[in-house]
Design a binder for this molecule. Structure first.
Ligand SMILES: [Mg+2]
Length: 493
C-alpha cells in the first residue's frame, strides 16, 4: 500500500468484440458476440450492445443466441488480438520496467518504478495520456484505474468502464469499498460469496464490521485473515514483471484445429521443451507441471501433476506433460495447447493456467502465445471427418467442413471484390461482406465454398496511418500536448 496512486491497471474495453467492430464497419453500434460457435462453445467477449441484451462472458453460446438472436456471432481471430495486444504492451513498457500482464488486454504498471509519476496529479496525467495514445495507435479504447495497490487499481478500472479513468485517492479506500459487493475482492468467488451471504455478509462493510475473528471462524485462518485485510483496503502485493513470475508457461494457438493425435503429442513435446528453456533462462525450477488444452469449441481444460521436488529437467517436464495429455479427450480438434511449470505453490500466485480454467479468463489468457503461421494449411486441415454418411448426415458434415474452412468473422480476399470477412457459410455457400476498417459499411455477396477466386486472408491493421507517437511519453504529438503537469492538473477531469 503506497501513499500515492501510482499503480495503474489497464483493461481494454470488450477487447475482442471492440477489435471486431473496429475491423468491420458494418458491426459498429451493433451487438457482437465473439466466442466458440460449436455445441459446447462459450462467449469470450460480448460488445456493450450485446451486454445490454444480457449476454456476458463465459455464458453458453446457445443461451447468448436466445438472448440476442440478431447479434453477429464471430469466431475469435487471435492473430489480430495478439497484434493489438503487443502494441498495447509495448506502450505500457515505455512507462515502467514493472509491467505485469494478466491477459492479452489487461496489465498492471508500476508508474513509480518507471519514474513517470509520484503523486496523484502526475499519475492522472500519465493515465489520461495512455488512454489517448492507445486509442490513436490501436483504434480501441481502454479503461484505466489508478490507486495505491493492485487490488484497488483493478477495482478502479472496472468502475471506470467503459472508456474511462478512475483514480482512487489513498486514504479513501475503505469508504469506497464499504458499499461494494464482497465479490469484488480478489479470492471471493461464487462459493465463498455464497458462504458469506448465508452468514449475512453481502457488502464489504459487513466484512469489516464482522471482524477478523468471525471471518477466520467462517473461512479458516489464511482466507479469513486475508479477506479481512482486503476489506479494509490493505494489499501489499507488488507489481511483478513477467520475468519475476512464479510460473513459466508457453502456449500456442493454432489457426487450424489439430485433429491428429500424433501431431498433438508432438506439439506438447515441443511446448514442454520451450517451457523448460524459459524456466532455465529465468534460473528457476518448478514442482508442478500444467497442461492446458483448448478444444475446437473453445472449451478449455487444465490438468496438472505435482512432482516430488522442483525440476528444470526437460525430460521430466516432457514426460509429465505427456502423461497429462493422455487423460485428455482431443477428438473434435484442438485449438490451443499450453505447457507450464509453476514454482512454489504459493497461494498469492494465481497462475495463468489456473485462471484459464474459468471460461472467461480462458478467452483472455493468450499473451504468452506465439502464432504459428498456418494460413496455407487451412484448406487441407479444415476438411471435416471423412465420412461415408449419406443424406442429412453428409450434408451436415459438409456444413461443418464449410464453417471450419470459412469461420464466421475471418478475413478473406476475393480476386475481384477485394478484402472482406465471412458473414456465414453453409449448404455449399459462403457469404462475404466486403469492407475494410477504414471504408464505409460494405456490400454482401455469396459464393460457392470452393470458389477459386476466394481465399482466406490475414487481418488488416485497425489503424491505417496515425500520428507519430514514438517519442511518447518523453514528448507528445501536437494534438496531444495540452497543459503539462503543474499548469492545469485540476482542469483534467
Ligand atoms: Mg478487458
Amino acid at each position: 500500500m503506497r501513499a500515492a496512486p501510482t499503480i495503474l491497471h489497464l483493461d481494454m474495453d470488450a477487447f475482442y468484440a471492440s477489435a471486431e467492430q473496429a475491423a468491420k464497419p458494418s458491426l459498429r453500434g451493433k451487438p457482437v458476440v465473439v466466442g466458440g460457435l460449436g455445441m459446447r462453445g462459450v462467449v469470450a467477449t460480448a460488445s456493450y450492445e450485446a451486454r445490454r441484451l444480457g449476454v456476458h462472458s463465459a455464458m453458453p453460446m446457445a443461451q447468448a443466441r436466445r438472448l440476442a438472436p440478431n447479434a453477429a456471432y464471430l469466431v475469435p481471430r487471435f492473430a489480430l488480438y495478439r497484434t493489438v495486444s503487443d502494441q498495447v504492451m509495448e506502450l505500457l513498457g515505455r512507462l515502467s520496467p514493472l509491467v505485469e500482464p494478466l491477459s492479452l488486454d489487461e496489465a498492471f504498471v508500476d508508474l513509480e518504478a518507471g519514474g513517470v509519476a509520484d503523486d496523484s496529479a502526475s499519475a492522472r496525467l500519465v493515465g489520461e495520456q495512455l488512454r489517448t495514445v492507445i486509442r490513436a495507435v490501436t483504434g480501441l479504447s481502454g479503461s484505466v484505474g489508478l490507486a495505491g495497490s493492485k487490488m484497488l487499481a483493478k477495482i478502479a478500472s472496472e468502475e471506470a468502464k467503459p472508456d474511462g479513468l478512475l483514480l482512487i485517492e489513498p486514504g479513501t479506500e475503505r469508504e469506497l469499498l464499504a458499499p461494494m459487493s464482497v465479490r469484488i475482492l480478489p479470492g471471493v468467488g461464487p462459493a465463498t460469496g455464497d458462504h458469506l451471504r448465508r452468514a449475512g455478509m453481502t457488502v464489504v462493510s459487513h466484512l469489516t464490521e464482522a471482524g477478523e475473528a468471525e471471518l477466520v471462524r467462517l473461512l479458516g485462518k489464511a482466507h479469513g485473515v486475508a479477506l479481512h485485510r482486503m476489506a479494509q483496503g490493505y494489499d501489499d502485493r507488488p507489481v511483478v514483471a513477467e520475468r519475476d513470475a512464479k510460473s513459466v508457461s508457453v502456449e500456442d494457438t493454432f489457426e487450424v484445429d489439430l485433429h491428429d493425435r500424433v501431431r498433438v503429442r508432438a506439439e506438447v513435446e515441443r511446448l514442454a521443451a520451450r517451457c523448460v528453456q524459459r524456466l532455465r533462462g529465468a534460473g528457476r525450477s518448478g514442482r508442478t507441471v500444467v497442461l492446458k488444452v483448448r478444444r475446437y469449441d473453445f472449451s478449455t481444460l487444465t490438468r496438472s501433476e505435482t512432482l516430488r521436488g522442483p525440476t528444470d529437467d526437460p525430460t521430466v517436464v516432457r514426460e509429465a506433460a505427456a502423461r497429462l495429455l493422455e487423460a485428455v479427450d482431443t477428438t473434435g480438434g484442438v485449438r490451443l495447447l499450453g505447457v507450464g511449470v509453476t514454482g512454489l505453490a504459493d497461494f498469492t500466485q494465481e497462475d495463468l493456467f489456473a485462471q484459464a480454467a474459468h471460461a472467461e479468463q480462458a478467452a483472455h489468457a493468450e499473451h504468452a502465445a506465439e502464432d504459428p503461421e498456418g494460413a496455407d494449411a487451412v484448406p487441407d486441415e479444415r476438411e471435416g471427418p471423412a465420412g461415408e454418411a449419406t443424406g442429412a448426415e453428409s450434408r451436415k458434415s459438409e456444413e461443418t467442413s464449410a464453417s471450419r474452412r470459412w469461420p464466421a468473422g475471418h478475413d478473406v480476399r476475393h480476386d475481384v471484390h477485394g478484402h472482406g470477412w465471412v458473414q456465414g457459410s453453409g449448404v455449399g455457400r459462403v457469404t462475404v461482406r466486403f469492407e475494410e476498417p477504414w471504408t464505409p459499411p460494405g456490400r454482401v455477396r455469396t459464393f460457392r465454398v470452393d470458389d477459386p477466386a476466394l481465399r482466406p486472408a490475414d487481418p488488416l491493421p485497425l489503424v491505417r496511418d496515425g500520428e507519430d507517437y514514438s517519442s511518447w511519453p518523453a514528448s507528445l504529438p501536437k494534438s496531444l500536448s495540452g497543459p503539462g503537469p503543474g499548469e492545469g492538473d485540476e482542469s483534467r477531469p
